[in-house]
Design a protein around this ligand. Sequence first.
Ligand SMILES: Cc1ncc(COP(=O)(O)O)c(C=O)c1O
Length: 398
Amino acid sequence: MDIDYQSKVSSVVNEIKPSAIRRFFDLANEMKGEVISLSIGEPDFVTPWNIREAGIFSLEDGYTHYSPNQGYIEVRKAISEYLERRFSLKYDPKSQILVTVGGSEALDLIARAMINPGDEVIILEPCFVAYRATVTLARGIPVVIETKEEDEYKLTPEALEAAITDKTKYIILGYPGNPTGATMTRDDLAKIRDVLVRHPNVFVVSDELYSELSYTGERPASIANFPELYDRTIVVNGFSKSFAMTGWRIGYMAGPAPLLVAMNKVHQYCIMSSPTTAQYAVIEACRNGDKEVEEMRDEYNRRRRVIVQGLKDAGLTCFTPTGAFYAFPSITNSGLTSEQFCERFLMEKKVAIVPGNAFGECGEGHVRISYAASMENIMEAMKRLKEFMQELKDGSVK
Ligand SMILES: Cc1ncc(COP(=O)(O)O)c(C=O)c1O
């Protein structure tokens, strides 16, 4: 009997597209060893040893059980101390921090716990692929602001003012940004604060997953640092990027206690608690991870310079990224769409990168190149990119 499985899938799930990042990553994996992958947003570093060891010790000591839904209090205390020390953000570990399965779960919980059908959520494209999907899955309406290269992909107060309506529930700010590598300074954020002060019903979700990876030399600022916005901002952060801990699946949110009660309700029924071993590991990350984080940041910064120069040498224009570990060059002078560009670059030069339209329609004309890869691979990829661009120009590849 033929079963129509598609009709069993909810219309909202049918509506969302699979992530194009995974498609290119999987394609590269199928082509096995010969491919250099600059496609996935994942540090090439292994988690620092002292952090791994803390996880191992917890297993040796038999800590293999569920934790409280909200996360162990020791973990929340360690996160609270870390946020205050690194970002001058103060949160009560008892009521204002929820430990989640990566920043990803935090974004999903926020959407499901806050959105009523038809509520609008402002997202800034090009952006991390989960923003739109989590809002759509929660029956919200993503309202897109297209950030522009000429504005260094910063949110402008004018664009924000124009996007806010009576239905706006929250805005998701993602700086340092994926895929652009853009950052916002304290002064930039102050202009956004001035708009939001006029709209007291609008909340802010500040995705700060890359907050440790800023190359401006300034201390990264959070919009939650402004007292006027502290009570309506939820900070999302985690350990995947800054501490090279993607596989441990651990993140958190920090924000107003009554909202966290709501998020925890969803969390307790869907997830129960974050991985116990990972929770023990991140106590060590918060307390004794600074040196390794700094070393990784310095290395990313060296690679960033190499990649920006390599893109220039290949004849591509690129906004200079100031955070995260991505470059987002324009490929319009290649005459190809971003998908054609990535597919041909993969097939012909064996380098995997991601088409810009994966991050929203306005990302078309760009590609995302991750520099969370070894210097050797980055240099080789830049060499191949230069050849590829030359061959396109000469018409010597079809
Ligand atoms: C901007 C941004 N936020 C959140 C995440 C989610 O990270 P994780 O769930 O591993 O903490 C990512 C991962 O790529 C990201 O780029």
